[in-house]
Design a protein around this ligand. Sequence first.
Ligand code: PLP
Length: 556
Amino acid sequence: METMEQTSMQRYFPSTDGNVEDRQQIVSWIEQLLSGMDALKDPDRVHLKGDKQRGEQFYQNLIENSHIPYRSGSMEQVNEKLIDLMKDHPFHTKRFITNILPMASTPGIVGMMAAMLLNGNNLWDVYGPAGAEAEVSVISMMSKLIGYDHTKSGGYTTWGGQGAVFTGLRAAIAKFAPYAMERGIPNHLYAFTSEAAHYSLLKSVEAVGMGRDKLVKVACNTDSSMNMEDLKEKMKRVIELGGVPIYIVATTGTTDAMGIDDLAEVYETSEKIANAHGLRRPHIHADSALGGFFAFFNTYDFEHNPLGFTPQALQALEQISGKLNKLALADSLCFDFQKLGQTPYVTSLFLVKDAADLEPMDLAPEETPYVGHRGYGQYHTGYTLECSRMASAVSMMAALTAFGIEGYQRLLGQFVEVSCAVREGLAQIPGVEVVNPDNPGITTLFRIYPEGAPRYQQEISGTCSIYDLKRNNMLNEMLFERLGERRNEMFFGDTKKHLNVRSAEGETLSLYASKVFIISPYTERKDVPDIIQYVKERVAETFKNWEQLMYMRGAV
Ligand SMILES: *Cc1c(COP(=O)(O)O)cnc(C)c1O
C-alpha cells in the first residue's frame, strides 16, 4: 500500500488509512520504549536501574532549567526522554511490598491503549461509544458479581475511590435535601464513618460545603471495624441536637489493616435509629475500593477448594468472603480497578444500587448545550462531576475478560497465601508481633517491642501507661527508619494510624506499625524466607540502636 503524502506534522499522528508502514513505525517506537525499560529492570531490586540525584535541589533545578524546545523533535528523542523518566522508578518486583501500589497487568495496559487509540470522550456516547459500551457492560458485570439487581443498578467510571465517596455524598444530599442543589447546603446534615476510614470523606464534606465538623468519626473495634454501639450513640446525639444523619461510609477493607465493617449491622443499626426518630435511613456507601475485589470469592467452592489454596489461605479467604458477601446491602460502592483489578491508574468504578439515585444530580438538557442530543440510548453523564471523561472502562473490560473470575481468585489467593506465610514467619522473630491478627488478607501490620515491655494485647486493653505506648511507638519509628533507608532493596510500608488505643491515664494515641503488603504477582511463597530474614536483620539493627539510645539517655 502506498503511504499517503504527509504534511510535516502528520508524521506525529497515527494513520487514517491503516497503512502498514505507519503501523510498523509506531510498533518500532513502542518496541524502543519497552526495550529501553527492560534494560533497566532487575528482579532483585524494587527500583528500575539508573541514577537520579533527587537531592534537595532536584525540583529547584527542574523549575529553573525546563523549557519547551523551539524545534520539533524526533520520536527517538521523545523515547530517550521517557526512558530517562523511568530511571530509578519504583517497580513491582517480588520485593515490592509497600502498599496498595500494584503493577498494571498486560491486558489492563492493552485495554488502556485501545481506549487511547480511539480517544473517544466518555462524556457522551456519541463521542465515546466504545467507552460507553464498555462502561455499561462492566457495570452490569460487577453488579451481578456483588448481587445488585443489574436491571436497576447504575454507575460510572470516575476519579478514584475518593471520587466514589464524594459522589455517594452528593447522592445522599440529593436524597435528604433536594432543595440544596438550588439553594446550597443547610447546616444540619451529618456524615459518619469510622476512625479507620480513608480520608476521602473528610475531603468530601469540606468540598460539598458541609464542613469538616459535620463528619462524625465512629470508634473502631480492635479488628478495625466500626463499633456499632458508638455509631448508635453518635447518631442519637446528632439527632437529639437537631442534626440529620444523611450518609454513612462503611469501609469494607480498610487501606491499612483490612478491617471490614459489617454492612448488615450498619444497615440495621442506622435504620433502627433513623426510624425511631421519624427519619429515613442514611445513604450507605460501602468504601470497597480495595476490599471489594474479594467478592470474586463469593462463588468459590471453599469445601472442595478447586484451586488448591493452602489451609491457612483457604480459611483466610473464607473469613474475608464471609464479611464481604453483604456488599449488596450498600446503596453505593466502589471498585478501584487500579488497586486489585490489575489495571493502570485511574480506573475506578462507582456503582449505585438504584440508578435513580443519580437522577436528581443530572443537569437539564438546556444546561448542557453541546451534548446529549441524539445520543444512542439513555446514556447521559450530566450527573458526573467531570465533563470530559476517559474511557477507563475499556481497560477494566480487558482485564475482566483476560482474568475471568478464576484468574482473580488465583491472583488474590496467591497474595493471601504469601501473606499467611509472612505472618507465620514474622511471629518467629523475637520482639515482633502481628497487630492485625483478626484481619487476614494481603496486608500484615507488625510492631516490635523491647524486652519485657507490655505488648499488643496490653496496648489494646487500655492498661498500658502513656509512657509505654509512646516508647513502643518510638521504637517502631526507628524501625521505619531502618527499613526506609534501604527501601531500594526491599520496599516496606508503614502507618502511624493503626488503631486508636487509650492509655491507663485515659489519653488516646494511635499505634505505629510497619506494613507488608503483598501486591506483586511476582512475590511467591518461596520468597518469604528472604523477606523474613531481611526483617530480622533490620529489627536486630533497630534493637541495637535502641540499646545505644537507652544507654546514652541513662548516661545523661
Ligand atoms: C484507596 C482507597 C481510597 C481512595 O481511592 P483513590 O482511588 O486513591 O481515590 C478510598 N478508600 C479506600 C478504602 C481505599 O483503599
